[in-house]
Design a protein around this ligand. Structure first.
Ligand code: PHE
Length: 452
């Protein structure tokens, strides 16, 4: 039976901002520059762009189709569209993926909250050992846990309020704020002495650096950054109205997400190249160890600018993390709310409680629980591995196969053309991408990852 009491997004702008909010997150501002730095700059970006538009975008459109055609949470969507078939497992994997991603994501988001507060409180200024600042904090048994809890409670508060009054309303405020902060930081960064070298690194590809592992990293980054594969965009699409054009909305989300990732590069690399001796390939510590150093050294003459730059940067990172975490939370809240007929706040409370326990385990794996390892991975890395390298690609393969081969052609056509009211010249090409290119492409990296 169709649930007619479900929430829905108000308008097209809300839909695009909420979906782009899901996509734009730590993946763009923390993970993307890290990967660009590690994998040689511009050439990596070009490979990444191909994956965004030829692989991840078709999967995103497929998720939109599944969500809007079924108007249900990610598990029930397969039950409705393919009753009695085992496709529902893909929905359950999404529910599991949502919990696991949110648990480890909250840990990094918690660090960001700590850095925002420390920066505002003038603790990230002056000549100090920022490596020690970071490792002392993450290995402390209690402090990071408190930040994980605060972050999850903020996420909970927004999701519990509902689709329009919570997710849409907050996304409409946070996303424009985020874009303004990006533009301010970028103009500041581009006026720094290393901007030429930074731009060179970002804009001049050196294809000799493109190896198999660079290609694989670019593909993994595209999927993670666009939030595809765990049913989070399908859940959002289940709240879309019938007149929303799915393909152009997916294109807008991919475009915004890619712009934010590249602009983050424009913020970070000119700054990093402005300080002699700082390495661009510092890995995940780039944002938490290298950048505070850069902010201090680059602005040692006018520390107040360093202070403003660093505070704004961590606020940006925090807002981006929050707009993404609400979408992960919503996958599971929608499922529990509809499956067990619990009120939305109660369903959200269950998700928050489970993530608190798992998030605490991830956080402790940087300190007292460091020795607890599965296949040489500590709990945090295990969750990251299971989701980004296993659940997301595997589900992406099945999502595109489902829409390309299983779902009735008529349903797909109706969703793509809004019941025949839109003319879509790219429909054939898109269906080709969904049927062949996306599943085969993702399958190749997935198998490669699995056996490497
Ligand atoms: N896309 C988000 C980011 O870039 C992460 C995310 C993954 C969000 C999976 C939802 C689902 O940070």
């Amino acid at each position: 039976m169709q649930n007619t009491n479900r929430g829905s997004f108000g308008g097209r702008l809300g839909i695009i901002l909420a979906s782009a909010g899901s996509a734009v997150g730590l993946g763009n501002i923390w993970r993307f520059p890290t990967e660009v730095g590690r994998n040689g700059g511009a050439a990596f970006i070009l490979v990444y762009l191909c994956f965004v538009f030829f692989l991840a975008m078709p999967v995103m459109v497929s998720e939109f189709i599944i969500g809007r055609a079924s108007k249900a949470n990610t598990v029930d969507s397969y039950r409705r569209l393919a009753p009695g078939k085992p496709w529902v497992i893909v929905g359950f994997l999404g529910v599991l993926g949502g919990i696991l991603v949110l648990s480890f994501y909250s840990v990094v988001a918690g660090w960001t909250l700590h850095y925002t507060i420390s920066s505002l409180a003038y603790q990230l200024t002056g000549d100090q050992d920022y490596g020690a600042f970071f490792s002392n904090f993450v290995s402390n048994p209690w402090q990071p846990l408190i930040y994980v809890a605060v972050f999850l409670l903020l996420t909970h508060f927004i999701v519990a309020r509902g689709v329009q009054a919570g997710i849409e309303r907050y996304s409409k405020v946070m996303m424009p704020a985020l874009l303004v902060i990006i533009l301010v930081l970028m103009s500041c960064s581009l006026s720094m002495p290393g901007s030429r070298e930074g731009l060179q690194f970002l804009l001049h590809p050196d294809f000799s650096k493109v190896t198999a592992s660079v290609v694989l990293s670019a593909m993994g980054q595209a999927f993670f950054s666009l939030s595809v594969g765990i049913g989070c965009l399908a859940t959002y699409a289940s709240y879309f109205q019938r007149d929303v054009p799915l393909v152009s909305s997916a294109f807008s989300v991919c475009f915004i997400d890619t712009m934010v990732a590249i602009l983050s590069g424009f913020i970070i690399f000119p700054a990093v190249f402005s300080v002699p001796g700082v390495e661009v390939d510092a890995g995940p510590g780039l944002v938490y160890i290298t950048l505070p150093n850069v902010f201090n050294m680059a602005f040692s003459d006018v520390p107040v600018i360093g202070y403003l730059f660093s505070s704004l940067f961590y606020i940006l990172l925090f807002l981006a993390a929050l707009t993404s975490s609400i979408s992960m939370h919503e996958i599971d809240t929608a499922f529990i709310h509809e499956k067990f007929h619990l009120s939305r706040p109660r369903a959200a409370a269950i998700v928050t409680a489970v993530c608190l326990v798992l998030g605490a385990a991830c956080s402790l794996s940087f300190g007292p629980w460091e020795k607890i390892q599965v296949c040489d991975l500590r709990i945090f890395d295990l969750f990251d591995y299971l989701t980004a390298k296993f659940i997301m690609p595997l589900c992406s393969i099945f999502i595109s196969l489902f829409v390309g081969w299983i779902l009735e052609r008529k349903v797909v056509q109706n969703e793509l053309t809004n019941d025949g009211t839109l003319r879509l010249r790219t429909a054939r090409f898109l269906i080709l991408l969904i049927r062949w290119v996306a599943p085969v492409g993702v399958c190749i990296i997935f198998l490669n990852e699995l056996f490497s």
